[in-house]
Design a protein around this ligand. Structure first.
Ligand SMILES: C[S@@+](CC[C@H](N)C(=O)[O-])C[C@H]1O[C@@H](n2cnc3c(N)ncnc32)[C@H](O)[C@@H]1O
Length: 439
């Protein structure tokens, strides 16, 4: 490593030794943070890649650049029975992470002060690697990804993210400005934080760097300021650049982690009335091109957050929309295990008892428009909370609940029950609430 890169690494280490990230109290538990647990659950990316539901027990998970360990704790909660290994450049962060998992009763853990680039020296292999909010700090992200790939099992999955250059441009400008002001020469502390606040206060409100990056929270929240205006080594990329980095590291893109928030069609008022140029052009676009078009129209996401893995390791499967009759007949339904909470069950029971719609979109994937399920499907979900069930059993349950067609008063046919349940399961599968496994 050349002197400049080594110097930057040292400054990053100092910054995170002085202010380990995130500053979350030791006692705070992520239990109940359903969306957070959902995106740290390795079952989801395995399912997205292979349409198979794996058991997290016994899996080995690495939190690469674990910081003060709050995400390591989420990984432990979201993946019962998995071993959690955390590494970070900053010794102080590692100490906090180790203490945090112990405090919350997780024993099957290991934490090491180590850089991502040094990972092979651990002599371990991982089923899942979480590298959250770190890649943009690495002097060479390709080298970092290659190091992670070298310790990834053949069917393993890496989650990694970069800051979006388009969404984050003003913060990169602010960082450059404060670097030129000499505020990034040493590890930023009290004096630098005060200087940034003084400068911002003295700027006219209409100056763009102020109007676009400043709000009252920065007056008191040191961590927020350090993670934005004074973040050292911060870099951004756009979608083609991120894909080029993945390719250089010989990693295969699997999906965006928040894939439901990257749907280009959703940016249009009415997807049935797309402008003809758009409708024609979209049909031929690769997933990468579609994501790039999305970010050009709507650079909304701070993070470009992806799952990737060794090339060619995904198991081929048909999307559920294209399943054959026999796949449906023999398929099994699982409810997403992050929904197996007392709060979810209580709300479900109360909606069923009171004949109310159940607003399922409060859980897992945040969406702008609420997604509701009716009473009959809510009752099927209740059944699934107990254990996975054959599709046939769900159809049977639905038909028992609705023996007559309420319009014609004719008995519900097997076919009608099957078609209705099938359509509902397809919707719920797309939204991540259930997973469907073919026999
Ligand atoms: C913004 S924090 C993110 C912490 C944690 N992943 C989270 O999302 O809460 C970045 C972390 O990456 C660590 N880091 C930066 N460069 C690293 C490297 N080359 N190897 C290992 N850790 C690194 C820093 O020490 C810091 O703890």
């Amino acid at each position: 490593m050349d002197d400049q890169k080594a110097g930057l690494l040292e400054k990053i280490r100092q910054q995170f030794d002085t202010a380990p990230y995130p500053r979350v109290p030791l006692e705070r538990s992520p239990k109940g943070e359903v969306q957070n647990l959902y995106i740290h659950d390795l079952v989801t990316p395995y399912y997205v890649r292979n349409q198979q539901v794996v058991n997290p027990a016994g899996k080995v998970i690495l939190d690469a650049g674990c910081g003060s360990g709050y995400k390591s704790l989420i990984l432990a909660e979201a993946n019962p029975g998995a071993k959690i290994v955390g590494i970070d450049l900053s010794e102080e962060s590692v100490k906090l992470a180790r203490e945090r998992l112990k405090y919350h009763g997780f024993e099957n853990t290991e934490f090491h002060a180590l850089t991502i680039e040094e990972l092979p020296s651990l002599g371990m292999e991982f089923d899942y690697i979480n590298c959250d909010e770190v890649l943009y700090l690495l002097t060479d992200p390709v080298v970092g990804l290659q190091a992670m790939k070298s310790v990834l099992k053949p069917d393993g999955i890496i989650r990694a993210n970069f800051h979006s250059r388009l969404q984050r441009a003003v913060f990169h400008q602010a960082q450059e400005f404060f670097t030129l002001m000499g505020l990034m020469d040493n590890s930023p502390n009290e004096a630098e934080l005060t200087a940034v606040r003084d400068i911002m206060r003295s700027l006219k409100d209409g100056v763009l760097i102020k109007s676009r990056t400043w709000n009252p929270a920065y007056d008191t929240d040191d961590q927020r300021l350090l993670a934005n205006h004074l973040l050292r080594g911060d870099k951004g990329v756009n979608i083609p650049e991120f894909f080029a980095i993945l390719q250089a590291a010989n990693l295969e893109f699997i999906s965006m982690v928040n894939w439901w928030q990257w749907n280009l069609i959703e940016l249009f008022k009415d997807f049935t009335e797309l402008p003809v140029e758009v409708a024609f052009t979209l049909a031929d676009k690769t997933p990468e091109e579609q994501l790039h078009l999305f970010e050009l129209l709507h650079p909304y996401h701070r993070l470009l957050d992806v799952w990737c893995g060794h090339p060619g390791q995904g198991k081929p499967y048909a999307p559920v929309d294209d399943w054959s009759e026999s796949q449906w007949q023999e398929g099994t339904v699982y409810i997403n295990s992050q929904l197996k909470t007392d709060a979810f069950k209580q709300e479900l029971v109360s909606c069923i008892s009171e004949f109310k719609l159940f607003e399922i979109s409060q859980y897992l994937q945040k969406t702008d428009t609420p997604i509701n399920v009716d009473n009959l499907i809510a009752s099927c979900l209740l059944l699934l909370l107990e254990q996975p069930r054959p599709v046939q059993a769900i159809v049977h349950h639905w038909k028992t609940l609705r023996p007559l067609n309420p319009v014609t008063l004719q008995p519900t046919t097997e076919e009608e029950a099957f078609e209705t349940v099938k359509q509902r399961l397809i919707e719920l599968e797309h939204q991540g609430y259930v997973m469907l496994e073919a026999a």
